[in-house]
Structure formats: C-alpha cells, structure tokens
Design a protein around this ligand. Structure first.
Ligand SMILES: NC(=O)c1ccc[n+]([C@@H]2O[C@H](COP(=O)([O-])OP(=O)(O)OC[C@H]3O[C@@H](n4cnc5c(N)ncnc54)[C@H](OP(=O)(O)O)[C@@H]3O)[C@@H](O)[C@H]2O)c1
Length: 124
C-alpha cells in the first residue's frame, strides 16, 4: 500500500484522538498508522476512522521505518523524545510549545504552510 507510515504519540489523549480522527476524515495518504502512548496504555484501543488500533508504548517503539511522527504527549515528553525520534530519520511534528522560538525548528501554521498531502509528498 502506498502512503506514509504515521505514528501518533499521545494517541489516547484528547488531542491525539482528534489527530487520528482528522487524518481519517481527510483521507491523509497513510500506509500504516501507529497509536503510541505510555506503557499504561499498551493494548488500549483507539479509533482511526472505522478501524480500531491497539496502542503501543512509545518507550518500546522503533521509528526507523516511520515517515511522520505527530507528537502530542506534552512538553516534557516532546523535549526528551522528539530529538531521539528525529535521529532515527522520522519527520517529527510537535504539538507542544517546547520548541517555540527555537531557531532550528521551523514553525508550521497550517493556514500559512501548505501541508496538503500533495505538498507533503513533494517535500518528502
Ligand atoms: N497546539 C495546541 O493548540 C495544543 C492544544 C492543546 C494541547 N496541546 C499539547 O498537546 C498535549 C496533549 O494534550 P491532551 O489534551 O491531548 O492531553 P491528555 O488528554 O492528557 O493526553 C496526554 C497523552 O500523552 C500520553 N503520554 C503521557 N505520558 C506519556 C509517556 N511517558 N509516554 C508516551 N505517552 C505519554 C498519554 O498517554 P496515556 O493515556 O498512556 O497516559 C496521552 O495519550 C499537551 O500537553 C500540549 O503539549 C497543544
């Protein structure tokens, strides 16, 4: 199947569940979606469109073949994990304020930056 392998960190949270809903609703071109949360949520089910995903633990996940990681588990998790995930070759899009005003981290504003699937594919 063509498309991006996408991981959602914080998939059981309010924001993470909304991210999953929007990815499905907008038919973002995914080959696989992985729901990640804390070790307490291993096996917990979350919805992705009409499918159900079982959560895995962020701590045990290998991002080497993941294209995009959407981070939404709070600033402390982002600070610790985003650089580690990016070091595995995965594009990290962080939803916390941790990297705000960091000159090395581009700010994405959906209404300003074109993030349509076509644009993503061009940039990938
Ligand atoms: N940009 C914005 O406008 C905006 C707005 C709101 C929030 N945010 C950001 O989004 C974050 C999440 O908000 P929320 O309302 O969705 O919070 P929430 O409902 O409390 O969800 C927190 C999520 O983080 C996960 N998490 C906590 N500790 C973790 C760990 N050690 N490893 C992996 N996952 C862990 C939780 O998993 P478990 O269920 O397993 O604990 C849960 O999935 C906020 O902290 C903030 O940084 C941004």
């Amino acid at each position: 199947m063509s498309g991006f392998k996408v991981a959602i960190v914080g998939a059981t949270g309010n924001v993470g569940r909304e991210m999953l809903a929007i990815l499905a609703e907008r038919r973002f071109p995914v080959s696989e979606v992985v729901a990640l949360a804390s070790t307490h949520s291993i096996g917990r089910e979350v919805s992705f469109g009409d499918r159900t995903l079982k959560c895995k633990a962020l701590d045990h996940f290998d991002f080497a073949d993941t294209d995009i990681c959407l981070m939404s588990a709070g600033g402390a998790i982002s600070k610790e994990w985003s650089p580690r995930i990016a070091a595995q070759g995965c594009l990290v899009i962080d939803n916390s304020s941790t990297w705000r005003m960091d000159p090395d981290v581009p700010l994405i504003v959906p209404e300003v930056n074109d993030l349509t699937p076509r644009a993503c594919r061009v940039a990938a």
